[in-house]
Design a protein around this ligand. Sequence first.
Ligand SMILES: CC(C)C[C@H](NC(=O)CN)C(=O)O
Length: 466
Amino acid sequence: QITNNTLISYICCRLKEWVAIKSDSGDHTKWGEVETMLNMAAERIKKMGGKVELADAGTHQLPSGETVLLPPVILAEFAKDPKKATLCIYGHVDVQPAKMEDGWATDPFNLTEIKGNLYGRGATDNKGPVLAWLHAVESYQATKKEIPVNIKLIIEGLEEVGSYGLFKLIKKRRDSFFADVDFIVISDNVWATTTPALTYGTRGSSYFFVEIEGPKLDLHSGVYGGSIQEPMADLIALLGSLLDHTGKIQVVGVSDDVTPLTEDERKLYDNISFDLEEMKNVVGVKHFLQDTKEEVLMARWRYPSLSIHGVEGAFSDPGSKTIIPRKVTGKFSIRQVPNMDPPDVERKVKEHLEQVFSTLNSPNRLKVTATVGAKPWVANLQDSQYVAGQKAVKDVFGVEPEFIREGSTIPIAQTFQEETGKSVMMLPISGHDDGEHSQNEKISRYNYIEGTKLFAAYFYELSLLH
Ligand SMILES: CC(C)C[C@H](NC(=O)CN)C(=O)O
């Protein structure tokens, strides 16, 4: 007889094993770890009786021009009953980079429980939720209950860099793997508050590399300083031209196509129990750029934003070094919303940077590369999946879910909807303070376990729609 506590320890141990794999997809030289993680997930699904294919995702050209082989994508399915609806679950097992030196309180790759929270890179984004889906399937198997829907899985290892190869794979498998799929569900985002939520929109994203190349070598600033135009100074001028102090993007025309806010949409914000003061404490800021709850949420979810992420090649170690770096690459991204179009945004950004660069009269070389190019996604709230999701939340948590959008990007969401023509819903189980991509990312035991129950209930509620 297995007790509840033993079972919970067991599923937390599984998350510990998954978090221990450093499947950071940001650096292509480390994609071996991503493959290890995919193989581990594939083995787990096989042990559960699933049929697994590690589908070839093709190749990808890096900004450097080098072509690399992509890690495979897991396409899996459990026994099929033609009388039941088929649900396809999407998730990813790659993670963002993480280092102790970034300011983690515990080793990011050693899942550590503190006061009911499980800390580790990928705990919430997205290894925890992927395992929760598998555990929901296993809960039916272990209790010898028929799973009320047919289950398919698509699990990738490059979501955090823009899902390279996945767009083509979905097109290729539209009439085979996806032909009998009725619903697609994704759990790769967070609640807005402590109330469970159903997500009906995510922002898209384009990621930019701005390279400035100057002298042949890094130079001594005492010897050459004052006599050459420094790449870093050019880059700072370019990066500084992108945003004003109110957060408004300065690239001409970039925000022109944003869908206007309707009264119906505005009303959706009234019922969200988002507390501005609490959120200020969670992130540690004195104030947001906007004043009201609605304005802050809209800025995060339904308007575009530009963020500057880093500079490669600049001196960034502790201590001082009197160097003029020869080549620096600035990195920033623009989150996009309906009806913005990533290729159009990318063209406007390149034109803007070239125009500003021309005013610097610099002898240095400018190169701008755009990657990701992920479209925003918005669902129809009348979609029947939302009825099933709403009921499942009520079954498990005893409350009505909040209907929210999400500021981050699930690159493949819109492609799923466009290419397969199937209904897509996001059913998050991650907490609003889980710190995706940040130091001390975590998932609470509560969300991990109750989230598993939510997924099991969702299978049941979905089957009632069919
Ligand atoms: C394209 C991005 C890197 C994708 C990434 N997605 C998530 O974090 C989803 N949880 C993002 O930065 O939005």
